[in-house]
Design a protein. Sequence first.
Length: 168
Amino acid sequence: MAEQYTTVEGAQVGVLMGSTSDWPTMGATSETLTALGVAHECNVISAHRAPARLTAYCDSAARRGIKVLICAAGGAAHLAGVVAAQTHLPVLGCPMKGWSLDGLDSLLSMVQMPKGIPVATLAIGKAGAINAGLLAASILALSDGGVRERLLAYRREQSERVDKVPQA
Protein backbone atom coordinates (compact mmCIF):
# COMPACT_ATOMS: atom_id res chain seq x y z
CA MET A 1 0.00 0.00 0.00
CA ALA A 2 1.36 3.42 -0.95
CA GLU A 3 1.90 5.96 1.80
CA GLN A 4 -1.19 8.05 2.38
CA TYR A 5 0.66 10.97 3.88
CA THR A 6 3.32 13.43 2.79
CA THR A 7 6.93 12.81 3.76
CA VAL A 8 9.77 15.30 3.46
CA GLU A 9 13.34 14.07 3.14
CA GLY A 10 15.34 15.23 6.16
CA ALA A 11 12.27 16.39 8.13
CA GLN A 12 12.83 16.47 11.88
CA VAL A 13 9.36 17.70 12.86
CA GLY A 14 6.01 16.27 11.85
CA VAL A 15 3.06 18.65 11.97
CA LEU A 16 -0.26 16.81 12.05
CA MET A 17 -3.73 18.32 11.85
CA GLY A 18 -7.07 16.66 12.38
CA SER A 19 -8.72 18.70 9.63
CA THR A 20 -7.86 21.03 6.77
CA SER A 21 -9.66 23.74 8.75
CA ASP A 22 -6.67 23.73 11.15
CA TRP A 23 -4.25 24.94 8.45
CA PRO A 24 -5.02 28.69 8.71
CA THR A 25 -3.71 28.50 12.29
CA MET A 26 -1.06 25.81 11.86
CA GLY A 27 0.46 27.58 8.88
CA ALA A 28 2.07 29.76 11.57
CA THR A 29 3.84 26.67 12.95
CA SER A 30 5.21 25.87 9.50
CA GLU A 31 6.30 29.49 8.98
CA THR A 32 8.08 29.50 12.36
CA LEU A 33 9.90 26.25 11.63
CA THR A 34 10.85 27.48 8.16
CA ALA A 35 12.21 30.74 9.59
CA LEU A 36 14.38 28.70 11.96
CA GLY A 37 15.61 26.43 9.17
CA VAL A 38 13.94 23.33 10.64
CA ALA A 39 12.90 20.79 8.02
CA HIS A 40 9.35 19.60 8.63
CA GLU A 41 6.38 17.94 7.01
CA CYS A 42 2.69 18.82 7.34
CA ASN A 43 -0.20 16.37 7.07
CA VAL A 44 -3.91 16.19 7.74
CA ILE A 45 -4.64 12.84 9.41
CA SER A 46 -7.77 12.59 11.51
CA ALA A 47 -7.51 10.33 14.56
CA HIS A 48 -11.19 9.45 14.13
CA ARG A 49 -11.65 9.32 10.36
CA ALA A 50 -8.25 7.89 9.32
CA PRO A 51 -6.96 5.80 12.26
CA ALA A 52 -5.05 3.28 10.11
CA ARG A 53 -3.25 6.08 8.26
CA LEU A 54 -2.39 7.73 11.58
CA THR A 55 -0.97 4.48 12.96
CA ALA A 56 1.12 4.01 9.81
CA TYR A 57 2.44 7.56 10.15
CA CYS A 58 3.32 7.06 13.83
CA ASP A 59 4.99 3.72 13.10
CA SER A 60 7.24 5.30 10.46
CA ALA A 61 8.00 8.69 12.03
CA ALA A 62 11.09 7.91 14.14
CA ARG A 63 12.52 5.59 11.47
CA ARG A 64 12.25 8.45 8.94
CA GLY A 65 14.10 10.89 11.24
CA ILE A 66 11.17 12.73 12.82
CA LYS A 67 12.19 13.83 16.32
CA VAL A 68 9.19 15.91 17.46
CA LEU A 69 5.50 15.73 16.58
CA ILE A 70 3.14 18.69 16.72
CA CYS A 71 -0.56 17.81 16.72
CA ALA A 72 -3.42 20.24 16.18
CA ALA A 73 -7.08 19.44 16.55
CA GLY A 74 -10.33 21.00 17.63
CA GLY A 75 -13.41 19.69 19.39
CA ALA A 76 -12.62 16.40 21.12
CA ALA A 77 -8.98 16.95 20.04
CA HIS A 78 -7.91 13.34 20.40
CA LEU A 79 -5.16 13.53 17.77
CA ALA A 80 -2.32 14.48 20.14
CA GLY A 81 -3.26 11.82 22.70
CA VAL A 82 -3.62 9.06 20.11
CA VAL A 83 -0.25 10.00 18.62
CA ALA A 84 1.41 10.13 22.06
CA ALA A 85 0.05 6.65 22.78
CA GLN A 86 1.68 5.31 19.60
CA THR A 87 5.18 6.81 19.78
CA HIS A 88 8.02 7.57 22.16
CA LEU A 89 8.66 10.91 20.42
CA PRO A 90 7.77 14.18 22.17
CA VAL A 91 4.24 15.30 21.24
CA LEU A 92 3.26 18.96 21.37
CA GLY A 93 -0.48 19.65 21.34
CA CYS A 94 -2.08 22.71 19.76
CA PRO A 95 -5.74 23.12 20.66
CA MET A 96 -7.78 24.74 17.91
CA LYS A 97 -10.69 27.12 18.29
CA GLY A 98 -13.62 25.05 17.24
CA TRP A 99 -17.31 25.28 16.68
CA SER A 100 -18.04 25.29 20.41
CA LEU A 101 -16.49 26.65 23.59
CA ASP A 102 -13.87 28.74 21.70
CA GLY A 103 -11.28 25.96 21.94
CA LEU A 104 -11.65 25.30 25.66
CA ASP A 105 -12.97 21.81 24.86
CA SER A 106 -9.84 21.13 22.78
CA LEU A 107 -7.53 22.50 25.45
CA LEU A 108 -9.04 20.34 28.16
CA SER A 109 -8.95 17.25 25.95
CA MET A 110 -5.21 17.69 25.38
CA VAL A 111 -4.09 18.69 28.84
CA GLN A 112 -6.09 16.04 30.73
CA MET A 113 -4.04 13.08 29.49
CA PRO A 114 -3.79 9.93 31.61
CA LYS A 115 -0.49 9.38 33.39
CA GLY A 116 2.08 7.72 31.19
CA ILE A 117 0.93 9.37 27.94
CA PRO A 118 2.27 12.95 28.03
CA VAL A 119 1.24 15.70 25.64
CA ALA A 120 2.92 19.09 26.11
CA THR A 121 -0.06 21.35 25.48
CA LEU A 122 0.23 24.93 24.26
CA ALA A 123 -2.16 27.87 24.04
CA ILE A 124 -5.32 27.83 21.96
CA GLY A 125 -4.90 29.24 18.47
CA LYS A 126 -2.11 31.06 16.65
CA ALA A 127 -0.01 31.90 19.73
CA GLY A 128 0.11 28.21 20.59
CA ALA A 129 0.89 27.30 16.99
CA ILE A 130 3.88 29.66 16.90
CA ASN A 131 5.06 28.51 20.32
CA ALA A 132 4.81 24.87 19.20
CA GLY A 133 7.29 25.62 16.42
CA LEU A 134 9.58 27.41 18.88
CA LEU A 135 9.32 24.59 21.43
CA ALA A 136 10.06 21.96 18.78
CA ALA A 137 13.14 23.98 17.75
CA SER A 138 14.19 24.22 21.41
CA ILE A 139 14.01 20.44 21.73
CA LEU A 140 16.06 19.97 18.55
CA ALA A 141 18.54 22.64 19.72
CA LEU A 142 19.60 20.35 22.57
CA SER A 143 21.56 18.28 20.07
CA ASP A 144 21.76 20.46 16.93
CA GLY A 145 24.09 23.46 17.14
CA GLY A 146 22.76 25.01 13.93
CA VAL A 147 19.18 25.04 15.21
CA ARG A 148 20.43 26.35 18.56
CA GLU A 149 22.20 29.31 16.90
CA ARG A 150 19.18 30.17 14.76
CA LEU A 151 16.86 29.93 17.76
CA LEU A 152 19.12 32.17 19.84
CA ALA A 153 19.26 34.70 16.98
CA TYR A 154 15.45 34.63 16.77
CA ARG A 155 15.19 35.29 20.50
CA ARG A 156 17.73 38.17 20.31
CA GLU A 157 15.85 39.76 17.41
CA GLN A 158 12.58 39.39 19.29
CA SER A 159 14.07 41.14 22.32
CA GLU A 160 15.49 43.94 20.19
CA ARG A 161 12.03 44.67 18.73
CA VAL A 162 10.58 45.42 22.16
CA ASP A 163 10.17 49.15 22.74
CA LYS A 164 12.47 50.51 25.44
CA VAL A 165 10.44 53.68 26.04
CA PRO A 166 6.66 53.84 26.42
CA GLN A 167 4.94 55.20 23.34
CA ALA A 168 2.63 58.19 23.84
